[in-house]
Design a protein around this ligand. Structure first.
Ligand code: ADP
Ligand code: MG
Length: 689
């Protein structure tokens, strides 16, 4: 529960405030004192008379009332301190730095439970424990430095780790990225990442709120809440940039020991991020570069003009932009010749524009003017200018700053001279600008921004209610508590979900099987029933042409240990496809699709998304397969009915949320032709609640 007292307190008490700046209570007090907070500060410290110039109260009961308390005392003293402050001093919000809770021991976990109970009983807000604090434009109640440049439209960040937040801020400082608020949530006992997102979402004001949200996450405890608020924020025009650590198995171990919780499966996280439209990053630096791009004018297209002081970085940037799906269009030769006349002999002007190492600030200005005035096809400019030892960097950066402000399209300044032009860069940043230090890293950030998936949370069409009742009817009719469904139940469930399944007939009676084969006509396929992986035991015989062959096949399959009966299907032909889903606790169903056979088993060419999927999402999934050209038809081979594949994926994904007893399901293969797609094998594992 985030309340107004944590956002904009009038009186803050620092319990455990200290003269020792290397202690959290000392450092946070210093930040508060030096920062923007304009209200009353009280300090409680029973060993001192005055702390950093403030009168020191020996005990919390001695202070006047306050709105927010910063608690930096041993964990064992937290409960009584907070209880007293809430009961007697009207304190409505707490930031608890103290460690020694669930992250440390079982005893600590009990203490943390009690802490939660106390704050809930008193209906107050709690950040932490085991956190480094928070800051915004009104107060900087955090014990780390640096406090970044603050700006009302700066980045809002929430971080599962205080230390990581600090290092992200350091990286941001270097590029000139400003912040509006930072929350380090620590053990997230009452307020974690999801609650901060909820607060941002519900308090969002289109004219005032910052639109860039940065998340550092170690685990997603409430995926549905996370999805709901991130989607809603993105729908309101926000950009969300996130780094989720704990992707690898050993990474998860580090994350769980850090937060006392277990990291979720990464595929599910990835699917969730894509559904919401979150930009996923994999390093602090990458996140900050993306934030820098987002804090500039919006990039509306993929055509980038490059102006550089050296050929090398211009080519590196061109390569990196192309690899990231952006374009560096060749500029018109005639217009290029006009520009060439204004620059040094030997310059290149058809994009990239190379001013040469001796190119001056004036040349830079002319090149920018030329691009802005003559090339409306450009959506942005990337300008690389440093100090190779000659030239007036100060003047160039002054011009660049002016251009950044007046240009209708974004201009990305790449400033590579991190040693030779530090002063000029700092001046440039101090004017409110951002810069980048490396062209390839800028290109990666641009590609992450331009290629992000749009928010699709709200777009999936609802499952027809008739289907829902049919699905429920089938599930309720299943007697089994847990296990793989019989062919009959499998078929009934797929039918209820409107998934096309091949005609089939199950029996342990040879005559009946022969009879059915003569009705549907040869060739047929015979499969053993009662075994999950049929081919592994020789339990699938395809392309049976005659009654004699069928009779032999029947005898052979019925001899397989545990064979209950056999299943007869017509022999179909076509491209093998695969659709599957896995139930991930709290996330729901992760739907996977791909081409069947080796494409799934060996090449692992699958794409995935979070159910229910919209048509648009399913299309993106299909088209992002490496083997997509085979779906389209390649090298003389006919393609398949792509729309039918998409429709089945959508219906499959819509069925699942209504059949939560299904824990694992796959259709492998479906056989696809230009006309139609039919599943010939399905496996469903259920567990009744
Ligand atoms: P399992 O996955 O248990 O081994 P399947 O039913 O998937 O068994 O059959 C194995 C393979 O046999 C399939 O991948 C497919 O190549 C082929 N097959 C199965 N049923 C048919 C059918 N009706 N028509 C054509 N080929 C089939
Ligand atoms: Mg199969």
């Amino acid at each position: 529960m985030i309340n107004s007292y944590i956002i904009h307190p009038k009186r803050i008490v620092v319990v455990g405030g200290s003269n020792n700046l290397s202690k959290p209570g000392g450092n946070a007090l210093m930040n508060l004192k030096r920062g923007t907070f304009s209200g009353e500060i009280y300090v409680v410290n029973n060993k001192e008379v005055s702390v950093q110039g403030f009168k020191s109260y020996p005990h919390v009961r001695d202070i006047p009332s306050a709105d927010l308390a910063i608690i930096s005392v041993p964990a064992t003293l937290c409960i009584e301190t907070i209880t007293l402050l809430a009961q007697e001093k009207n304190v409505k919000a707490f930031i608890v730095f103290s460690a020694g809770f669930s992250e440390e021991s079982e005893q600590g976990a009990l203490l943390e439970k009690e802490l939660l109970r106390v704050v809930q009983t008193h209906n107050v807000c709690l950040i932490g424990p085991n956190c480094s604090g928070m800051f915004n434009m009104f107060h900087q109640s955090i014990f780390t430095q640096p406090i970044p440049l603050l700006q009302s439209d700066g980045v809002d960040m929430v971080s599962a780790s205080g230390g990581t937040a600090t290092f992200i801020i350091e990286a941001a400082f270097k590029l000139g990225v400003r912040f509006h608020s930072v929350w380090s949530v620590g053990n997230a006992t009452q307020n974690g990442v999801e609650e901060i997102l909820e607060y941002w979402d519900t308090s969002f004001c289109p004219t005032e709120s910052s639109r860039i949200k940065l998340l550092y996450i170690e685990n997603i405890r409430q995926p549905r809440k996370f999805l709901q608020h991130t989607s809603s924020l993105i729908a309101k025009g926000c950009h969300i940039v996130a780094l989720k650590s704990g992707v690898s198995e050993s990474g998860s171990r580090a994350a769980s020991s850090h937060t006392g919780a277990i990291a979720g499966s990464d595929i599910a996280v990835d699917a969730l991020f894509r559904k919401a439209g979150i930009i996923r990053c994999h390093s602090r630096q990458e996140m900050i570069n993306v934030c820098a791009v987002l804090s500039q004018k919006p990039l509306k297209g993929k055509n980038i003009g490059i102006i550089s002081q050296a050929g090398g970085p211009a080519v590196i940037l061109t390569d990196a932009l192309s690899a990231g799906g952006l374009n560096v269009p060749l500029l018109d030769q005639e217009k290029a010749a006009l520009l060439k006349q204004q620059l040094l002999p030997g310059t290149a002007t058809t994009n990239p524009i190379d001013l040469l190492g001796t190119g001056t600030a004036d040349h830079l200005d002319k090149a920018i003017s030329h691009c802005l005035n003559h090339h409306p096809e450009l959506d942005a400019l990337a300008v690389l200018y440093g100090n190779p030892g000659v030239g007036n960097v100060e003047e160039a950066y002054r011009i660049l700053a002016e251009r950044l402000a007046s240009s209708p399209i974004p201009i990305y300044p790449i400033m590579p001279s991190v040693v030779m032009a530090t002063k000029e860069m700092e001046e440039f940043i101090a004017k409110g600008n951002v810069c980048y230090h490396d062209e390839a890293i800028l290109a990666k950030a641009l590609s992450l921004v331009i290629n992000r998936q749009s928010n699709t949370y709200e777009t999936s069409s609802p499952t027809p209610s008739a289907h829902i009742s049919q699905i429920r009817h089938v599930i309720q009719g299943i007697k089994q508590q847990e296990g793989w469904l019989s062919p009959e139940d499998t078929r009934a469930l797929l039918q209820a979900g409107n998934i096309p399944m091949v005609k089939e007939f199950v029996s342990h009676n040879k005559e009946e099987i022969m009879q059915f084969a003569s009705e549907i006509g040869f060739p047929v396929v015979l499969k053993v029933v009662g075994i999950v992986h049929k081919s592994d035991v020789g339990g699938v015989i395809v392309n049976i042409q005659t009654e004699e062959q069928l009779s032999v096949a029947f005898d052979k399959l019925m001899q397989i240990p545990n064979a209950q009966s056999v299943l007869l299907q017509p022999m179909l032909s076509g491209q093998e496809l695969f659709i599957g889903a896995k139930y991930e606790e709290e996330f729901g169903y992760i739907v996977l699709c791909g081409l069947g056979g080796i494409f799934v088993d060996i090449l692992k060419d699958v794409s995935y998304g979070l159910a229910p999927l919209s048509e648009q999402e399913a299309r993106i999934m299909v088209r992002s397969l490496k083997s997509y050209p085979l779906i389209q038809g390649a090298r003389g081979q006919k393609g398949i009915n792509e729309q039918a594949f998409i429709d089945i994926i959508v219906r499959f994904s819509q069925m699942l949320p209504h059949a939560q007893e299904v824990k694992e399901i796959d259709l492998n293969p479906l056989l696809a032709t230009e006309e139609s797609i039919t599943a010939v094998d399905a496996r469903i594992y259920i567990k009744q609640q």
